[in-house]
Design a protein around this ligand. Structure first.
Ligand SMILES: Cc1cc2nc3c(=O)[nH]c(=O)nc-3n(C[C@H](O)[C@H](O)[C@H](O)COP(=O)(O)OP(=O)(O)OC[C@H]3O[C@@H](n4cnc5c(N)ncnc54)[C@H](O)[C@@H]3O)c2cc1C
Length: 581
């Protein structure tokens, strides 16, 4: 049985793309000039959020079992990416509700879930209150308390740097419920601000920001704020565990913001080099410019491959998401930041100016995107999570363990996905990371194709190099002794290398399993996108690519320059949602 992918024409992301395109004319709520104006005024993009509410985007934040339209996270990623491609501030402002509701879907009572689902479908904004002013990433140090009352809980304390804290009507708050704290000392409460006693809470002032300047980033302070017993999400003391589980899907989905920003940056850069004339020729004719474009597009493909496999893994390999989500959240925003930097170099002064060239959209997206690597667990926090698992990951690779069915479902774009079952999320993956562990098999399959006269020799050789490099990384991971406090800097480098192994394995699997589906897409011809991705991964793993190999970026640049689409240049969206190649 085959399923429709979210990349086809007629899929919700393509409908949303069409709608936003029709509203991007001068004066429209999705026009660059309007976004630039709001940014300068530091004003919330209320009109754009209203458009998204009218489209019903919020219904995709609610699982189907609770009355919404969220059947797959892969689809949510494409929807979010579509918004982020237009404006990141809008995507962050609207998408916050997806994060705010996350823990309720993991452990809420059916009635609580149904009520929240209705609220979100009706446009209610929900915040997620984890962070505190003095404690940042250190959630176990949180000071906001919830104490039991006769008929519920009483909140005291402050949550700060909270998206939509002022504008939102509801907030899911992590509160200390045992004075001594500890992993079982915190609980989650879904607070409805509209039902709080007047004077028992106040909103903190909007903070002034470097990027996403129009977003409502503020905070909430509670003074003896009483909430009913039914506000509790899950059991008392389960707060930290539920947050860690919910982060597995919020981290995976929120990298859609990076994909959208990267799409936007690539389009601005390609349009610019096509029209900028220097020394009597167009910038796009300079070999160095083309090499940069091809390299940047490759970074986007790698980020996309990781995101697609990770979002499908939430359904197909849920028990492994502690690893996969951390890899994804560390890898994708970092790569997108780098890609945006490289493209900014091509734009020269126009990457720096706020009123020249496309209303200064490039400098805005560059500033806006900085936040993605910070919230929902920073890059270092996510790498730290993977470091703690090094010995287990090395062991499962050595033992050749993997969930083969899960990998097949995760990488075959036309395979129907099982429904997401939050109860299958786990804080520790006993199976390690099946995508990486399936790499040796994937390499053998590529080699077998070549011996049958299919596929390219070049790709088979690169795949074999990736296998050898991955084995070296896993050997080093196996030799690592975890240390909870003084984690050596080299371990973070090793975690970044493991992310590359995952990315390379994801690309190989996507290529192997979707050849038929993608047979008419130009980027798949002679495995062009795959070759570029493998060369990039090997280069970063410091397996020195032979001089001729980076020339694949020039071939990719040819395809990019010929591309007439306006949205995503991607191996997946050919002729579909993103009118790509
Ligand atoms: C625009 C914006 C919106 C936000 N929205 C929300 C929201 O809606 N809800 C919410 O709860 N929070 C929100 N936050 C807070 C955000 O999640 C925190 O900024 C984040 O948790 C990090 O905290 P911190 O910035 O205080 O950094 P710190 O935790 O103080 O970290 C400082 C540095 O130390 C590094 N570090 C931390 N731990 C480790 C480690 N174990 N190993 C190595 N390095 C480490 C970090 O990567 C960082 O580089 C928002 C923040 C911003 C800026």
């Amino acid at each position: 049985m085959t399923a429709r992918t979210p990349y086809e024409q007629g899929a919700p992301a393509s409908e949303l793309e069409r709608l936003l395109g029709s509203l991007s004319h001068e004066g429209g709520p999705f026009s660059p000039a309007r976004f630039a104006e709001l940014d300068q005024l530091e004003e919330f993009p209320a009109d754009a959020c209203r458009v998204l509410n009218d489209f019903g985007l919020g219904r995709y934040y609610v699982p189907t079992r609770h009355g919404g339209l969220q059947a797959s996270f892969e689809e949510v990623v494409q929807l979010w990416r579509t918004v982020a491609r237009r404006d990141l501030t809008v995507a962050v402002a609207h998408g916050k509700t997806f994060l705010g509701a996350a823990t309720v879907w993991v452990a809420g009572e059916p009635e609580q879930c149904a009520l929240l689902g209705k609220e979100i479908a009706g446009g209610t904004a929900v915040s997620w209150g984890l962070t505190e002013r003095h404690h940042g990433s250190d959630l176990l140090a949180g000071e906001l308390t919830a104490t039991r009352t006769e008929d519920g809980w009483r909140l005291n304390g402050e949550k700060w740097l909270i998206n939509n804290a002022t504008r939102g009507d509801m907030i899911c708050v992590l509160a200390r419920t045992a004075p001594a704290g500890g992993p079982r000392g915190f609980s989650l409460l879904l607070v409805d601000k509209r039902r709080l006693r007047a004077g028992s809470y106040h909103c903190l002032p909007k903070e002034l920001l470097h990027g996403i300047r129009g977003a409502d980033i503020s905070g909430l302070s509670f003074q003896d704020a009483d909430v009913p017993a039914e506000a509790l999400v899950g059991g008392p003391g389960e707060g930290i565990e539920l947050v860690l589980k919910a982060l597995q899907f919020t981290r995976t989905v929120c990298v859609a913001l990076s994909l959208g920003a990267a799409d936007h940056a690539l389009r601005l850069a390609v349009d610019f080099v096509r029209q900028r004339k220097l020394y009597d020729r167009y910038l796009v004719e300079l070999p160095r410019v083309r090499r940069t474009l091809g390299g940047a597009a490759t970074l986007l493909f790698l980020a996309e491959a990781v995101s697609v496999v990770a979002s499908r893994s939430l359904h197909a390999l849920p028990r492994e998401m502690s690893v996969v989500s951390a890899i994804t959240k560390a890898f994708v925003p970092t790569l997108a930041d780098e890609m945006i930097g490289q493209l900014g170099e091509l734009l020269g002064a126009r990457a720096f100016m706020s009123n020249v060239y496309s209303d200064g959209m490039f400098q805005k997206l560059e500033r806006d995107h900085r936040i993605v690597a910070i919230f929902d667990g920073s890059t270092l926090v996510n790498r730290n999570a993977v470091i703690n698992l090094f010995p287990a990951l090395a062991r499962t690779y050595r033992n050749k363990r993997r969930d083969e069915t899960g990998v097949t479902e995760a990488v075959t774009l036309t395979a129907p996905l099982p429904g997401f079952e939050p109860e299958r999320l786990s804080l520790l993956s006993s199976m390690g990371c099946s995508v990486v562990q399936s790499l040796p098999d994937a390499v053998e399959q590529v080699q077998a194709m070549v011996s049958r006269g299919e596929g390219t020799e070049r790709v088979a050789r690169l795949a074999e190099e990736l296998r050898m490099a991955t084995e070296e990384v896993l050997r080093e991971m196996g030799a690592y002794t975890p240390s909870p406090r003084d984690v050596p800097p080299a371990a973070f480098t090793l975690a970044a290398r493991y992310e590359l192994c995952f990315a390379g394995a994801a690309c190989l699997q996507l290529w192997l399993r979707n050849l038929e589906w993608a047979s008419t897409r130009p980027l798949w011809k002679d495995a062009l996108w795959l070759e570029a991705c493998l060369v990039q991964v090997l280069d970063r793993l410091r397996v020195k690519a032979a001089l001729g190999e980076v020339e694949v970026y020039d071939r990719l640049a040819e395809a990019l320059i010929a591309w007439q689409g306006k949205t995503a240049f991607s191996p997946l969206t050919g002729g579909g949602a993103g009118e790509g190649p």
